[in-house]
Design a protein around this ligand. Structure first.
Ligand code: NAG
Ligand code: NAG
Ligand code: NAG
Ligand code: NAG
Length: 308
């Protein structure tokens, strides 16, 4: 039991399950308050915890007009070793927004007034789950890092509208998938920019990444998740956790798959064979994050699919 729990935690931390989401800020601003949400089940106005923690005025993704404060920037800067100042960061962003869409764009939902999202982590608990059709049925399907679909369709589905990644994650994208870039350091931003500039040594994200579908995590969002949702536990939130919270910001209904360990407490990926049960949560407060996700599910704020 204890081992199992540790695995869960590790999974959370290690797989960097998190991911994120994108929203068009236009799409985002028009997001419904619970009273105008047309889903079968909407976020409830009586959900005290959610109301205390969710602040939809914090944009999960940057746009050309996002007003990041120097304070927010400095919080983010302290996660890394770089010395670049706020002006350098802003100048790099300006260059990037000349290439990518100045505002993140979200797809229309099948049902007007109800945008449903699947947040798909990489846990081995997806194996044999047959969640594929259910995942594909959601308007937005967000996957994290390299989590493949080919060969795993029955269990994980085949659609990927958004893929959360950072330079080291080596994910493969097709031309219709939003690249959701999680930046943890200024080098990540430089890398992204370099990958879109011809004639530089920047390695392409992937030759087919569609520059019109790029979204970049807002450092202020990271700070908000760390402070507001995690009570400053850990150094910064995991990718998986931030991805889930970003879904709460851009979706009316959030279903979560592939988070946590399997029944045996194995903390591995569905696309790999387990090498070791020993995981470390590193800088992320994995245990706390997973407990919170569980509670959100128990309170029916999200739907959590844990496999069989
Ligand atoms: C939500 O975030 C905005 C921007 O940071 C802030 O001004 C506002 O006070 C926050 N609202 C709540 C209820 O915390
Ligand atoms: C990807 O999509 C963009 C815009 O939709 C298009 O301009 C580009 O040619 C496409 N690239 C490939 C390799 O299909
Ligand atoms: C999980 O761990 C158990 C015990 O170590 C092992 O027998 C089982 O094959 C593992 N399952 C997977 C899917 O790796
Ligand atoms: C779940 O509901 C309980 C009882 O209303 C509440 O005290 C708690 O804060 C909620 N937790 C979450 C994560 O929603």
């Amino acid at each position: 039991m204890r081992v199992q729990f540790k695995m869960l935690i590790a999974l959370l931390a290690v797989t960097t399950i998190g991911v994120f989401l994108t929203a068009s800020y236009s799409g985002w601003i028009e997001l419904k308050m619970p009273s105008s949400c047309r889903c079968e089940k909407c976020f409830s106005e009586e959900d005290v915890f959610l109301n205390q923690h969710l602040n939809r005025s914090i944009e999960p993704f940057l746009s050309a007009t996002t007003k990041l404060t120097e304070d927010e920037y400095n919080w983010w800067r302290h996660l890394q070793r770089n010395r670049h100042n706020f002006n350098y960061f802003k100048a790099t962003l300006d260059k990037l927004f000349k290439i990518i869409s100045p505002t993140p764009v979200l797809e229309k939902s099948k049902t007007e007034g109800c945008r449903t999202c699947a947040v798909v982590g990489n846990s081995v608990n997806l194996k044999g789950s047959r969640y594929g059709p259910l995942i594909d049925f959601q308007d937005i399907v967000i996957r994290i890092n390299q989590g493949p679909t080919k060969g795993f369709e029955e269990d994980v589905g085949s659609r990927t509208t958004h893929r959360v990644m950072y330079p080291e994650s080596g994910s493969v994208l097709d031309n219709s998938t939003h690249l959701v870039m999680f930046i943890f350091k200024i080098r990540d931003l430089e890398w992204l920019l370099g990958s879109f500039l011809t004639g530089t040594s920047g390695k392409p994200v992937n030759p087919r990444a569609n520059k019109d579908l790029v979204m970049v995590l807002n450092p202020a969002f990271m700070k908000y998740v760390h402070q507001k949702w995690l009570g400053k536990k850990g150094k910064y939130p995991s990718t998986g956790f931030m991805t889930l919270i970003s879904a709460l910001h851009i979706c009316d209904e959030v279903s979560v798959f592939g988070y946590g360990a399997d029944d045996d407490g194995n903390w591995s990926h569905y696309f790999e064979t387990l090498k070791s049960k020993n995981f470390k949560t590193g800088p992320h407060p994995g245990k706390h994050e997973y407990a919170l996700i569980h509670e959100l599910a128990q309170n029916k704020t999200i739907r959590l699919y844990k496999g069989w």
